[in-house]
Each structure stands twice: as structure tokens, then as C-alpha cells.
Design a protein around this ligand. Structure first.
Ligand code: GBH
Length: 465
């Protein structure tokens, strides 16, 4: 099993999920997640991100663990209200210094920092000024981005603008189960969507203009992917179609994000589907949104499986009741990476970075003091085979970031879902590297040679019955 020499092996996390120390500590401002966490019943177990993994104080220990695992790169995010407590205006020097020190710590450990500007911790003060619905929101984001880029770009080369717009708009403003927890009519959801796309475009411009070195820029979207039920060309074509078109009014259609960002226009089928609820586009908007990118991020967890019906149209294949699922109840579908990467690459022709992939299990520390998580090893192995298969099929994949380095605050699910390579005892803040963490260390050290050669398509899971 040969991966290219330049293939990047990393892991990821996000500020609000690991840092803690949000509520006024060292001048940190509040985010919409701080607000939603206070709301009765919003987060399971009434958990909040106010302590989380206390990474804000314990980052030297965590970076040492990353080094022990041998990470080549670490994808982190910046908490906007930690740096600019009101979202715009005065900079909190302590907050900015924190990221400065974190970047230095990573570089000293030989780990390349890949920075996401926004991973959902939207400044509460800006939410009260209309948030993403306010047409000024993209300028607020651009101003914030400039502060970060001017401070860190002498050392940071790889940037992501927004993490999963489909989630922070779709789950945050449409279904309402993520912060800020509101349910807007479709028209307004789309306007917030459009403003977030504008924010993406302006942030790319800021990075290009103010970076102190040549920067590589992308975003980290998530979306509905599909796997063909068999290698029959009709099934493959149906899966491609299901993945590439706008099929519903959810925000999880890949082209609804990627077409504007990469091609400079909303997709026709989406405009037709949304009709009068489509975003209002002003002159010049698309030129801002559509900026040249260096790679396409891809957050990948699960996929639907699609076969061709008698007319060749996409038809969902239901997973049987006993189909393997993660603890959060997502189906285990390794080929999501095999086919998702290919469909994305065909459509947008950008090198792909797998910006997130992982699974939640109910892990615990065993009596021998270790965390045995063979299922996670198996899962990651299978999904990584999917990456390799896509590469063998000609898809350009630059690297892979496991989600996540640490067990952490899983948003509305609270601390009940553990995605980490490293176990967190939240009461004592003790870290324990799981078996999968040691396994990933060996995978990295062997540049992927350790992965088995088996073909997940032929062995498991089989939905053909
Ligand atoms: C990511 O969200 C986040 O970036 C990260 O912060 C989080 O901790 C991690 O994953 C684990 O959840 O197929 O149309 O039904 C991913 C959340 C999961 C949201 C899959 C969309 C299904 C979309 N996504 N989900 S669809």
C-alpha cells in the first residue's frame, strides 16, 4: 500500500469543542454556543463547552501527545470571540497571544498548523446585530480574518475559511438543533447562506492580500454523498447524479455550496427548486464569492447508498436494521470516501483534503489502564482504504485529517460521543492515548503501508443482501 511521499497525515479539532475557558476568561467574549448551552434541553446532559478539555491551559501537554502520535499536521480553529470579544472592533490581546503561542508550540513539535477561521463559535454580540442575516456579516468576518492572518501567516501556510456551512446555517438556522437554535423560513435561510458564502469569498481575498507568505486556501464543507450499490455503471451514474444535484431544501446539497464558490453561480436545479426562496444576489456578489481555491476540503462521515431504478434514476437503498452503526447511529460506510472524493473531484477539479473523518464510540479506560477501541481501528482502516481506492482511480487527495485528536464537546450531543484518538476523563482531565492512537502512529510512520490491502467494496459492508 503506497501513499505518495507528500501525503499529509493529520488530525483535527475545533476551538469550542476542546478549549474551554470561554466565559470571560482572559477577556474571551461569548459565542452563540455559550448562549445555546444555557438553554434548557438544548445540549444532552446539560453539558456546556465552558471547560471542555481545558485545552486553553493544557495545550502543551496536548501538543506533546500529538508529537508522540507523529501527526504531521494539525487542523485547529480560532475562536472568533476569544480574539474579538464583540465580534468587531477591539482585539483581546490575550486571546490573540494564546493562538500565537499554540502555533509556536506546534511548530516546535514539527507539526504543521492548518487553521480554520470559523468553526461555529459565532460571536454572540454579532448574533444580536442580526448575525448571518445581516448583509454586513461578511465584512465583519473579513475584518476578523485580517487580524488573524496578519498575526499568524508568517507561520501558517494552510487556511480554511468556514467549517461546514451546511451545519451552521442548516442546523443552526433551519432545523434549529445547533446554535443559535433558530428556525427561519427557507428564504431567510438562503439569505444567511448567501451572506456566509460572501464571508468565505472575502476571507479568501484577505488571506491572498495579507498573508506574509504564499498561502494555500480552501474551506471544509460537509454534504450528502452517495455510494453506488454496485459497480454496475447504471448504479454508479445514479449515485453520481444523487450526489451532484440539489434534491431537497436542506442545506446539504454539495453544489449549493460548491457551485457558487468554485463556478461563480448557484446551480440551475437549486434555483428552480427554491424558486422565490432562492437567495437575493446583488451585482458583484458572485465575483466576491467565487475566488480561486487551492484545494477542496471534505468532511466525511457517512453516506447514502444509491442504485438505479428501472428508469436509471437514483433510488435509495435502505440499510438493514442490523447494519453496522457508530455510537451516534451513523451507518459505517467506508466507500463514502472512495466515491465522495471521486464525485467531488470530477465536478470541481480541485485537489481534495479529507478535513475530517472519524467515529464516535462509547470508549472507557480498561482495568489495564488502556483504552481498547478495535472498532475505531477497523473503521479508520476501512475509510483510509476508501481514500486509497479513490487515489488509485485518479483522484488527487493531498492529505487526511482524522477527527478528532481528543474526545471533546460534541455539540448538541454533549460529552456522550467520543470521537478521539485520545480519551478524556472529564472529571480529572486525564488524557489516555487509545489503541487507535497508537495504531494511527504506526500508520503515519509507515506512510500508510500498514493498512490492509482488502477491498471494502468486495468484503463489507454489503447492502446488496
Ligand atoms: C462535524 O460535523 C463537525 O465539523 C465537527 O465539529 C463534529 O464534531 C464532527 O463532525 C462529528 O460530528 O447526510 O444530509 O443527512 C459533522 C456533522 C454529520 C452533519 C452528518 C450532517 C448528515 C447530513 N454532520 N450529517 S445528511
Amino acid at each position: 500500500m503506497q501513499f505518495p511521499k507528500e501525503f499529509v497525515w493529520g488530525a483535527a479539532a475545533a476551538a469550542y469543542q476542546i478549549e474551554g475557558n470561554t466565559l470571560g476568561i482572559d477577556g474571551c467574549g461569548e459565542s452563540v454556543w455559550d448562549m445555546s448551552c444555557r438553554q434548557d434541553g438544548f445540549v444532552k446532559g446539560a453539558n456546556t463547552g465552558s471547560i471542555a478539555c481545558d485545552h486553553y491551559h493544557r495545550y502543551p501537554e496536548d501538543v506533546a501527545i500529538m508529537k508522540q502520535i507523529g501527526l504531521q499536521a494539525y487542523r485547529l480553529s480560532i475562536m472568533w470571540p476569544r480574539v474579538i470579544p464583540q465580534g468587531t472592533g477591539a482585539v483581546n490581546q490575550k486571546g490573540l497571544d494564546y493562538y500565537d503561542k499554540l502555533i509556536d508550540e506546534l511548530l516546535a513539535a514539527g507539526i504543521d498548523p492548518w487553521v480554520t477561521l470559523f468553526h461555529w463559535d459565532y460571536p454572540l454580540a454579532l448574533f444580536h446585530r442580526g448575525g448571518w442575516l445581516n448583509r454586513d456579516s461578511s465584512d465583519w468576518f473579513a475584518d476578523y480574518s485580517r487580524v488573524i492572518v496578519e498575526k499568524l501567516s508568517d507561520r501558517v501556510k494552510h487556511w480554511f475559511t468556514l467549517n461546514e456551512q451546511a451545519c451552521f446555517i442548516g442546523l443552526g438556522h433551519q432545523s434549529g438543533n445547533h446554535a443559535p437554535g433558530i428556525k427561519l423560513p427557507t428564504r431567510e435561510v438562503n439569505q444567511a447562506w448567501h451572506n456566509a458564502l460572501m464571508a468565505h469569498g472575502k476571507a479568501v481575498q484577505v488571506i491572498r492580500q495579507y498573508s506574509k507568505q504564499e498561502a494555500m486556501v480552501g474551506a471544509a464543507p460537509c454534504f450528502r454523498t452517495s455510494i453506488p450499490a454496485s459497480h454496475n455503471p447504471l448504479d454508479i451514474e445514479a449515485a453520481r447524479k444523487a450526489c451532484q444535484s440539489v434534491i431537497d431544501t436542506s442545506m446539504f446539497n454539495v453544489s449549493w455550496w460548491m457551485d457558487p464558490a468554485i463556478k461563480g453561480h448557484y446551480p440551475e436545479d437549486g434555483l428552480e427548486l427554491f424558486g422565490k426562496d432562492a437567495p437575493k444576489v446583488e451585482t458583484g456578489d458572485m465575483e466576491i464569492i467565487c475566488q480561486p481555491l487551492d484545494f477542496a476540503g471534505f468532511n466525511c462521515y457517512q453516506s447514502a447508498t444509491i442504485k438505479a431504478d428501472s428508469d436509471g434514476l437514483p433510488e435509495h437503498v435502505e440499510y438493514p436494521n442490523d447494519y453496522p452503526k457508530t455510537s451516534i447511529s451513523w451507518p459505517v460506510t467506508p466507500e463514502a470516501l472512495r466515491w465522495g472524493s471521486q464525485f467531488l473531484y470530477e465536478q470541481y477539479k480541485l485537489p481534495i483534503v479529507v478535513t475530517e473523518n472519524g467515529l464516535s464510540l462509547n470508549d472507557w479506560v480498561s482495568l489495564d489502564g488502556k483504552v481498547h477501541d478495535p472498532k475505531r481501528i477497523d473503521f479508520l482502516n476501512r475509510y483510509l482504504l476508501g481514500v486509497k481506492q479513490a487515489m488509485d482511480a485518479g483522484v488527487d487527495i493531498m492529505g487526511y485529517f482524522q477527527w478528532s485528536i481528543l474526545d471533546n464537546f460534541e455539540w448538541a450531543e454533549g460529552y456522550g460521543e467520543r470521537f478521539g484518538l485520545v480519551h478524556l476523563d472529564y472529571a480529572s482531565q486525564k488524557r489516555t492515548i487509545k489503541d487507535s492512537g497508537f495504531w494511527y502512529r504506526d500508520v503515519i510512520a509507515s506512510n500508510g503501508q500498514l493498512l490492509g490491502e482488502s477491498d471494502p467494496m468486495q468484503h463489507w459492508p454489503s447492502v446488496d443482501g
